[in-house]
Design a protein around this ligand. Structure first.
Ligand code: CIR
Length: 256
């Protein structure tokens, strides 16, 4: 059984943090409608939905992925690199505390959940403006007892590691080689994004289905050609806030 932790789009989303995109007007109603459809997809894929309280004063609060990294044995509570995002964390902690042992990234280090790509027992952690080597070292120390390997990964040109690569099941990685060295995923089946679709490397695996933006048809074709089951969503309004499909939920296994 899976649970998806989500939070509705804040009224103030147009004031979001931006690192690699120019600011554009965001239509909040449209963003909310798209987010609603995304949540219905998660339900359709079998997730029980846990809704966090809406935080209209926190522009990026819909991007819950950045606040925690949930593993089977524990959850790492992040310390987002953007100070404006740290007030998002306590409500996520409350949602997770009855379900996982909580570990915390301590100051001064910072970590965004979007920088953590978990594949089996390895956590690849993007070294970005949001996440530094100190947080990687903290993760390494706190997860060693659970037998996880933690590896820092250079990322350039995008916000998070998971903007550049995501795990799409069955030893497969979707990757934009312009933003992360594909050699890191040696031994895996790497599907490269189409060069004309730079933001296409972010997909969310839910069970055996990949939730994927409908806005990247060429990369989608490459994914489908591998026989991967895909459900498409339109998150184009949230993309203006530099969000994508993994960012809008924390997927948690409940059956343990
Ligand atoms: C930010 O800059 O923090 C937000 N505007 C976007 C966060 C997207 N999160 C993610 O990719 N995990």
């Amino acid at each position: 059984m899976l649970m998806a932790v989500v939070r509705d789009v804040s009224l103030s989303i147009a004031d979001c943090e931006l690192t690699h995109l120019a600011r554009m007007p965001v239509d909040v109603e449209r963003a909310r409608a798209q987010h609603g459809a995304y949540v219905r997809c998660l339900e359709k894929l079998g997730c029980a939905i846990h809704r966090l309280p809406v935080k209209d004063a926190l522009p990026d609060a819909v991007f819950v992925e950045d606040t925690a990294v949930v593993l089977d044995e524990a959850a790492v509570i992040a310390r987002p690199g953007a100070p404006s995002r740290r007030a998002e964390v306590p409500s996520v902690e409350r949602a997770l505390e009855s379900r996982r042992k909580l570990l915390r990234i301590e100051p001064p280090d910072t970590l965004d959940g979007g920088d953590v790509l978990t594949i089996g027992r390895t956590l690849y952690v993007g070294l970005t403006r949001r996440t530094g080597p100190g947080a990687v070292a903290q993760m390494e120390r706190m997860l060693r007892p659970f037998n996880y390997k933690v590896q820092g990964v250079e990322v350039s040109g995008c916000l998070h590691l998971k903007s550049a690569a995501s795990f799409i099941g069955d030893h497969r990685v979707l990757c934009n080689p312009a933003w992360v060295d594909r050699g890191i995923f040696k031994g895996m089946d790497i599907i490269e994004t189409d060069p004309s679709e730079s933001h296409a490397a972010n997909g969310l695996l839910v069970g055996e289905t990949l939730l994927y933006p409908e806005t990247f048809p060429k990369t989608l074709e490459r994914i489908r050609a591998r026989g991967i089951r895909v459900l498409t969503v339109d998150l184009s309004e949230l993309a203006k806030a530099e969000g994508a499909v993994t960012c809008c939920s924390l997927i948690i296994k409940l059956s343990q």
